[in-house]
Design a protein around this ligand. Sequence first.
Ligand code: PEP
Ligand code: MN
Length: 359
Amino acid sequence: MIVVLQPDCTPQQQEEVLRRIREAGLTPHVSQGVMRTVIGVIGDDRTKEQLRTMLEAMEGVERVVKVLQPYKLVSREFQPHTTTVQVGPVRIGGPEVVLIAGPCSVESRDQILQAAWAVRQAGAVMLRGGAFKPRTSPYSFQGLEEEGLRLLAEARQATGLPVVTEVMDPRQLEMVLRYADMVQIGARNMQNYTLLREVGRCRHPVLLKRGPAATIEETLLAAEYLLSEGNPHVVLCERGLRGFDNHTRFLLDVSAVPVLQRLSHLPVLVDPSQAAGKRHWVPPLARAALAAGADGLLVEVHPDPERALSDGPQQLRPAEFAQLVGELRRVAEAVGRRLASPPEEVAGPATAAGARHGA
Ligand code: PEP
Ligand code: MN
């Protein structure tokens, strides 16, 4: 249920509305728009129905609207303006499109520093890299775990790029939060409700990937878990669905971008790399995603993909990524946006060593 306040509602009137909602055992979520304030009310349906008539009669209240969708806090009805999620200096969901790039997995100090400098030079504003990897086979490389996180933090220190990395298990969360600027919930874990609740209890920005067989509604309900636990800093990410053709690894659902953006106020990114499976298909999918209105991209880039320990065939070489960024710049402009710029200055003693990696 949403309580729409009148434009001239006073702070006292708003406080009284909030008090009544809490008194009934319901939870209010205030969303301050430019034009007006709306209050989302979460809790038992019967109680909401009883409270509705009373709220409608209160001073400062314009109307009370029932939300028909099962997801509430993530819906555009609850919050008409698009959420922006701040990750260090990077703002996701604003007019600027963000490019997040880096290897599938963190493999070594040299590899992640080289990758970080290369993607930064090309125009990425954030670094990605997995330290805990959800691999299909238990015999495949599973990630460097805490050492990988340490290396990511070193790469951030060197390049100034905030880092996003996956957390697979609530037991890893505390450790991952110590190093990462943004935590990724992977496609395979999108419906791990224990993990969603735990991540929802922290205040770190979250990148929530859509599962390969998840409907739009299931995806939004997964995000609802995060918001309902109190974490509003959520970014959605389309990364391909299970299709019936094996020329691509997953079938990129480009239509998910406008659909999610219409139904939800959360920013939407696209990961063309996991969908493509082969580097050849990454640039066209990346361009399509931006053309469709994505708020940014997550692209896998490896300094030496032939030697990659995971997802080698789909990772772009630095030069290929640099060329793609040039193309994306033009696509962004064509749809009335522009690419976010990498941080101006890089502080810290690691800069000189890092600069050599970038040379
Ligand atoms: C990844 O980003 O490397 C990854 C494993 O992604 P997904 O969860 O989308 O498969
Ligand atoms: Mn990968």
